[in-house]
Write a protein that binds this ligand. Structure first.
Ligand SMILES: Nc1ncnc2c1ncn2[C@@H]1O[C@H](COP(=O)(O)OP(=O)(O)O)[C@@H](O)[C@H]1O
Ligand SMILES: [Mg+2]
Length: 377
C-alpha cells in the first residue's frame, strides 16, 4: 500500500474536556493508509480518550475526526469504518472460535453464506483456519488474542484500533506477539492504531509514533527520529535511556557560540546552531549511553569536526548485560553518568579497582541540547 496517499484518519484540533479537566489539548495528526501508528505516553496522558474519539465511543469537545476523507461528526461508532480491539481480549468461552468470529455478523443478520465466507477469510488472515471448531480454553493465550483480532477483522474495517493490545499477556508471549502483530498487519494491510504506555513496544512495532504528555502532542515521528532527535527533555527521557545534565547558566561566547554551565560537566561551549529553536524553560544537555566512551583519557577519534566533551570521574558499578555492559562513572562535579560498552571493554575496565580515576567523553555532535518542553510557547 502506498503510504504517501491521503490520510486514512485525520484528527484536527481535537480538544476533550471532562468538566474542568482537559484530557486532550488541540491534537492534530494524520494517520496514513497501511501504517502501524502508535499513541504513546505515560498513564493518564489521554491515549485511550483519543482512540475512543476516533472510534466514536467518546465525543470531542472541539475539533474533528475524518476517516477516509469523511467527517465523522455525528456518526455513531457502529457506522464508522473502524473496529476496536479491547485490552481484555474478551472472547466468549462457550462458543467455538468460528462462532466467536461470526458473532458480530450474526447480530447484523447477514446471510449465512456471507457469514461463512467472511469468517473463513478472517480466520485465514490470523492463521487459525484449522482451529475453527475449538473452544477458547483449548487455545494458547496468543491464539485467543488472534481470535479477538479475527473478530475485529471480519467486519473488514479500514482501520483497527487497539488499546494496549499486549498488556494482558505475560512478558515472553508479549515479545512474540509484537512480531506477530506486525506480520499480521503487513498481510492484512489495514492501518493499525495502537495505544501503549510501553516505549519499547512502540519503538519495536510502529511506523510512526505520537508521544503525548498531559493531553498535549509533544512529538510525532518515526521511531529512529524520536530516538535520535527528540524535541525536548520529556521525549528524550521517555524514549530509551539517556544521561541528562541541567544547564544552570548560559552566556554568549565570542563569535557564533554559547557557553552553557552545568554542575556535572562544568562550562561547555556549543555552536549557536545546536541550541533548540523552539520551546521554553531551562535547557538540558543529554547524551545516550552508547555514545559515551570511557577510558584512561579522552581520545579524539574520527568523530567529525565538532570536538569532544570530556569529563573526569571515578569508576562506579559495571552492570553486565550479556553482549554489553553499563558502566557507571561517578563525576567529580557530583552525579554520575552511564556508558554502554562492549564486553571486551568491560573486561578491560574491570581490571581497574572500583573508584579509580576514569575519563568519560563523547563527540559534541552526539550531545543534544534540549528545552524542557518544545511545544510550550
Ligand atoms: N469519562 C471520564 N470522565 C472523567 N475523566 C476521564 C474520563 N475518561 C478519562 N478521564 C481522564 O482523562 C485522562 C486521560 O485518560 P485516558 O485517556 O484513559 O489516559 P491513558 O489511556 O493515556 O492512560 C485521565 O486523567 C483520566 O482520568
Ligand atoms: Mg488507556
Amino acid at each position: 500500500m502506498n503510504k504517501s496517499e491521503s490520510p486514512i484518519i485525520s484528527v484536527k484540533g481535537v480538544t476533550k474536556r471532562f468538566g474542568s479537566f482537559t484530557a486532550l489539548q488541540d491534537i492534530s495528526l494524520d494517520i496514513r493508509p497501511g501504517e502501524i501508528f502508535a499513541l504513546l505516553g505515560p498513564s493518564g496522558c489521554g491515549k485511550s480518550t483519543l482512540l475512543r474519539i476516533i472510534a466514536g465511543l467518546e465525543t470531542a469537545t472541539e475539533g474533528t475526526v475524518a476517516i477516509d476523507g469523511q467527517d465523522m461528526t455525528g456518526i455513531p461508532a457502529n457506522k464508522r469504518p473502524v473496529n476496536m480491539v479491547f485490552q481484555s481480549y474478551a472472547v466468549f468461552p462457550h462458543m467455538s472460535v468460528a462462532d466467536n468470529v461470526a458473532y458480530g455478523l450474526k447480530l447484523e443478520r447477514r446471510p449465512a453464506a456471507e457469514i461463512r465466507e467472511k469468517v473463513a477469510e478472517a480466520l485465514a488472515q490470523v492463521h487459525l483456519s484449522d482451529f475453527a471448531h475449538r473452544k477458547p480454553d483449548q487455545l494458547s493465550g496468543g491464539q485467543r488474542q488472534r481470535v479477538a483480532l479475527a473478530r475485529a477483522l471480519v467486519k473488514r474495517p479500514k482501520v483497527l484500533l487497539l488499546d494496549e493490545p499486549l498488556s494482558a499477556l505475560d512478558a515472553k508471549l508479549r515479545d512474540a506477539m509484537r512480531l506477530e502483530l506486525v506480520k499480521l498487519q503487513e498481510s492484512v494491510g489495514v492501518s493499525f492504531v495502537i495505544v501503549t504506555h510501553d516505549q519499547s513496544e512502540a519503538l519495536a512495532m510502529a511506523d510512526r509514533i505520537a508521544v503525548l504528555k498531559d493531553g498535549v502532542l509533544r512529538q510525532l515521528d518515526s521511531p529512529a527520529a524520536l530516538y535520535k532527535r527528540p524535541v525536548d527533555r520529556f521525549v528524550a527521557d521517555f524514549i530509551g535511556s539517556i544521561n541528562m545534565f541541567a544547564v544552570t547558566g548560559r552566556r554568549a561566547e565570542g563569535g557564533d557560540a554559547a557557553r552553557l554551565e552545568t554542575a556535572e560537566l562544568g562550562a561547555i561551549a556549543v555552536p549557536a546552531a545546536h541550541l533548540p529553536a523552539a520551546g521554553k524553560g531551562a535547557l538540558t544537555l543529554a547524551v545516550r549511553p552508547e555514545r559515551v566512551k570511557v577510558g584512561a583519557k579522552a581520545q579524539k577519534e574520527a568523530q567529525g569536526e565538532g570536538g569532544l566533551v570530556s569529563v573526569a570521574g571515578r569508576l562506579g558499578d559495571v552492570a553486565f548485560q550479556g553482549n554489553s555492559s553499563i558502566v557507571e562513572v561517578l563525576l567529580e562535579g557530583g552525579g554520575s553518568l552511564s556508558a554502554l560498552v562492549s564486553e571486551a571493554e568491560a573486561d578491560h575496565l574491570m581490571q581497574a579497582e572500583s573508584g579509580s580515576p576514569i575519563t568519560a567523553w563523547w563527540a559534541l555532535d552526539d550531545m543534544l541540547i534540549l528545552p524542557e518542553n518544545a511545544t510550550a510557547a
